[in-house]
Design a protein around this ligand. Sequence first.
Ligand SMILES: [Zn+2]
Length: 223
Amino acid sequence: MDRIREQWKVFDECSKELALPVHHTIGNHDVVGWSTKSPVKPTDQDYGKKLFAERFGLARTYRSFDHKGWHFIILDSIGQNKETLDYEGWIDEAQLDWLKKDLAATGRTKPIVMVTHIPFYTTWHQVMGGPDLHLDGKAIVRNLHTFRKLFDAYNIQLVLSGHGHVVERIEIGKVTYLQGGAVCGMWWKGPVFGKPEGFGTVTCRRDGTWSWKYRDFGWKARK
Ligand SMILES: [Zn+2]
């Protein structure tokens, strides 16, 4: 737990230097103890999403906001596998109820950016493992298929994700799914698929269109 608190402190100090407002999306590494490798036990008072929720400033770990004609939905896609107690990609029932209401209130025309740590769709596992590879519940949002059709009625332009550390762009119908790479690349050990360590910037325009650019910030892994 000391290590976790120390890491949040370092993160806060770095974030302070950013000129832009920061809206975090919860990722699997932000949840305390939901890993088979974690020494933090379920009996610990800070086990789970408590620390993140406190920093988020809400009782829940998902929310939305409007900015200059666009609607941004920040999801919590980190579920817990009840058998292994490890994380899995999952949007729970309470959040889905909230999401349905949030979309209905947004209406059918306003452009929407959805943010989810674990991707809705991803292909790089098959690139590496072949076409028969079955994705486990850690690679994608496992229950997405049960509510996917809900999105068809709305102007969802972009679904942004992280998790896989790859830069990946998938377009299906009206929606573009962007997996944004990683500032740490291959966990500070070098580029992923030859793509340098970096981050993406998305420009959302008032006319409802957008553009995206991946940025190499010049960091190089020490060999
Ligand atoms: Zn992740």
